[in-house]
Design a protein around this ligand. Structure first.
Ligand SMILES: [Zn+2]
Ligand SMILES: [Zn+2]
Ligand SMILES: [Zn+2]
Ligand SMILES: [Zn+2]
Length: 801
């Protein structure tokens, strides 16, 4: 959810409707700062809107609730007892996020989680959790058990000397303290003696030194950075003209797979609800929300995948990969955002990005640029008024100096200045939308004032607040001049995001977790500003591919680009996925009409686009293709059957629902039933969908997945090959989608020991994925490991296949 939630939108619309016509007109015509000043009075404390806002925020609570913590921990223990260690670890994390830092309860959560992680084989992280438990005051009498786990972990990691030391420490503790008695003590002693034996065994036959870490061996790619655009390759140059605005052009011939841009997001905010949203429990007696979202799976700051999250000290929402990330986030922005949690969730991720952007930039930089923009507006008005020669207007000057967002040396950098200069298109947004954004920004500022966070926002020491006379002037409806500046910048950013928000996506691993075949699905993780990446214009048929690692984006050429050609990014509507009319509709939100090659061709030829041909319905009687708008007729004249589009669409929705049910069966480990259901869906689909319909491919893909979980590799491969054919017709033979499908096939063939087929599939997948994701991506490394493994297989096995 990028924009504010439905209820707040309705509330804002009501508020706007109640305005007098004069005020509404003034608001529509006003520049951003002026609009905010006018809008401030609308969220008066005690007013109807303010009350509604408070109600909405309370629903999305992000505070710490000890009762929730207890429930999560007990539920975690139940899962642990049943051997569901992954679920248990997640529930212990939830529990920890609701406990107060430094309390014995939170240390119990960490200790319990360390046990789950141990069973999952995550020994390093398990050790981290054990020391976390200790530093949060884990009860002394329970310590020996946890310390023995530490010994086991160290042994598993091959750190024999450390294990011996740790063991000696536990032994000492048990004998000196002598706290425990009874059967528990006996079990512990037994365990201790077992471990002693193990340690001695390992000490007598030392293992060969472990190989150096693979990271060091990875060769770095050839890379020459551009002098005037930070993070860009020297084979690009920045151009500017009235028609295209700023854009990037190849200054030399570029090969597929060549690295064109590496950029760290200026700011990024995790999108909480777009993840897997898997429910850990379906029971009706569930008291607390057991949904797992992105916010539980990825670090709030660096977007690294979480195994053992470090909870924020103040809220139950923000979770981090390490104490370091937690501390840095707190310093940079979270101390301001922490108590605003519910409000920010309700207002949506665009507002959140806008707030974090100004917090990261800092008050002095924000006010410098806001004031400069006022001066520029003034200049522009004066120039236009005074001078009759349009050539002297600033936007027609040539040379890099005139390109907006560049610094005084003509360099374009990933900086706040560059973010500030992205186009807000203030005059193109609808008045309703602008009003909603304005009211949302006012809501944030009001909340900041209420929570006494104004000083933090303005990067002032909070002590200043008490000493100065400013503390007691919170009487009027107006914002302070400083907060007004921050608000103006925030409003600008919310409007900019409509056209400039870049989604950070990852291939999320799904499925049963047995690890045989990794099924990956692209998931939107976060919304971000990438000022350099934003220089790229859109095409429905782009010539690059973007991949993400944490908060960093890498852009590679996906096809040969010759010198002088423009570099194009696809903002979403790709020619392979949508018809030209749909694309144009979607692109209108970016305020432009796409004139890319693909759109021109489709518009001119007046032909049905390839997409609609492939994703079409077919005749229920004779399977010929169906044509028409509201009523579809069979293209076979002899048949002449006609069906309403409405009834075919209903049929399609039914089918999709049944496929979903089949996948739920698979999740509940009812593979045989899932297969039956999918085969039935396939039969049904053949009666009204064209054989190349994407859904036909999806069903084959699901079948492959079910057979893989049963270890029936040949069947799995057969179904996946059919899915691959359909993916190829839709996305093309060298598309990234094709790469992911081939990767899956390689895993299945690998598991089924189909050596020569596996090797050739690995080669195909490698070739495609190297272009899109680069030679150092996880998937490429996994493919190479599979290859090495296959080539090292003894001849006897090779000959059997
Ligand atoms: Zn992190
Ligand atoms: Zn927090
Ligand atoms: Zn287009
Ligand atoms: Zn027919």
């Amino acid at each position: 959810m990028a924009l504010p939630g439905e209820e707040w939108r309705r509330c804002a619309a009501r508020c706007r409707a109640a305005l007098g016509p004069a005020l509404r007109e003034r608001l529509e015509a006003a520049p951003l700062g002026e609009a905010l000043r006018l809008g401030c009075g609308l969220l008066r404390t005690g007013g109807e809107e303010a009350a509604a806002l408070q109600r909405l925020c309370r629903r999305a609570s992000t505070g710490k609730e000890p009762a929730a913590a207890r429930w999560y921990r007990q539920e975690g223990n139940r899962r642990f007892g049943r051997g569901c260690y992954g679920d248990a670890a997640l529930l212990y994390s939830q529990a920890a996020s609701h406990e107060l830092p430094g309390s014995p309860e939170v240390s119990l959560c960490f200790a319990n989680r360390s046990a789950a992680l141990f069973h999952l084989g995550h020994f390093e992280v398990c050790l981290e959790d054990i020391s976390r438990a200790q530093s949060h005051g884990y009860p002394d009498r329970l310590l020996p058990k946890v310390l023995l786990r530490k010994v086991e972990c160290l042994l598993c990691l091959g750190r024999v000397q450390d294990a011996a030391d740790a063991l000696a420490a536990v032994e000492n503790k048990i004998t000196v303290d002598g706290i425990m008695t009874g059967p528990e003590h006996q079990t512990l002693l037994k365990k201790l003696n077992q471990l002693k034996l193990k340690v001695r065994e390992r000490e007598s036959c030392p293992e060969p030194a472990r190989e150096a870490c693979g990271d060091a061996q990875r060769e770095s790619e050839i890379w020459e950075e551009n002098d005037s655009i930070s993070g860009a390759s020297s084979s690009l140059s920045l151009k500017f003209n009235a028609e295209k605005g700023r854009h990037l052009v190849a200054s030399q011939d570029i090969l597929p797979g060549q690295n064109l841009l590496k950029e760290e997001a200026f700011v990024s905010v995790l999108c909480p609800e777009e993840g897997e949203s898997r429910l850990l429990q379906n029971s009706s007696e569930m008291v607390w929300d057991a949904r797992v979202t992105n916010a539980d799976l990825y670090c709030h700051r660096c977007l690294k995948q979480l195994l053992a999250s470090v909870p924020c000290r103040g809220c139950s929402y923000a979770k981090y990969c390490s104490q370091n990330c937690a501390d840095t986030a707190w310093e940079q922005y979270h101390r301001t955002e922490c108590s605003l949690g519910g409000l920010l969730l309700m207002l949506g991720v665009f507002c959140h990005v806008a707030l974090r952007t100004v917090l990261l930039a800092g008050f002095s930089e924000v006010s410098r640029l806001v004031e400069q923009s006022h001066d520029d507006d003034e200049d522009l008005r004066n120039t236009k008024a005074r001078c009759k020669h349009p050539s002297e207007a600033p936007d027609t000057r040539t040379g890099t100096r005139a390109i907006p967002g560049c610094n005084d040396n003509g360099q374009y950098q990933s900086s706040y200045q560059a973010v500030f200069n992205l186009l807000p298109h203030a005059e193109k947004h609808s008045p309703e939308h602008k009003f909603l954004c304005m009211l949302s920004v006012v809501a944030i500022c009001r909340k900041l004032q209420e929570a006494g966070l104004e000083a933090a926002v303005l990067n002032r020491e909070s002590s200043e607040k008490g000493s100065g006379p400013k503390a007691c002037e919170k009487t009027s409806d107006e914002l302070s001049p400083e907060l007004q500046i921050m608000a103006e910048a925030m409003l600008r950013h919310v409007l900019q995001l409509q056209c400039n928000a870049q989604a950070i996506t990852v291939m999320q691993e799904l499925g049963s977790g047995d690890g045989a075949v990794v099924n990956r699905k692209p998931v939107r993780l976060a919304t971000a500003f990438f000022p350099v990446l934003s220089l790229l214009n859109h095409s429905c048929s782009p010539n690059i591919s973007v991949s993400f690692s944490g908060t960093a984006a890498t852009v590679r050429a996906s096809q040969p680009i010759s010198s002088g050609q423009e570099i194009f990014h696809c903002y979403g509507p790709h020619r392979c996925r949508m018809k030209v009319a749909e694309r144009q509709q979607l692109l209108s939100q970016y305020f432009f009409e796409c004139r890319c090659q693909a759109c021109l061709e489709e518009l001119e030829s007046d032909n049905k686009s390839v997409v609609s041909m492939r994703n079409s319905f077919c005749c229920p009687s004779c399977q010929a293709s169906m044509q028409g708008e509201d009523v579809l007729c069979c293209s076979n004249e002899a048949c002449a059957r006609s069906v309403s589009r409405e009834s075919l669409s209903r049929h399609l929705r039914d089918l999709q629902r049944q496929i979903k049910q089949a996948l739920e069966l698979l999740r509940d480990s009812k593979a045989d039933e899932a297969i039956k259901m999918l085969l039935k869906c396939q039969m049904d689909a053949r009666n009204f969908l064209s054989p190349e319909h994407l859904l036909m491919g999806e069903m084959e893909d699901h079948l492959a997945q079910v057979y893989a979980t049963l270890g029936k590799w040949q069947e799995a491969a057969r179904h996946l090959e059919k899915s691959i054919q359909i993916v190829e017709t839709h996305h093309g033979p060298s598309s990234v989608e094709m790469g992911h499908e081939l990767f899956k096939l390689a895993q299945i063939l690998f598991n089924g020991f189909a050596v020569s087929e596996a090797l050739s599939t690995i080669q195909r997948a490698e070739k495609i994925l190297t272009v899109h994701c680069g030679p150092q991506s996880t998937q490429i490394r996994e493919l190479q490991e599979m290859k090495t493994c296959l080539l090292e297989l003894p001849r006897s096995i090779l000959q059997r296949t």
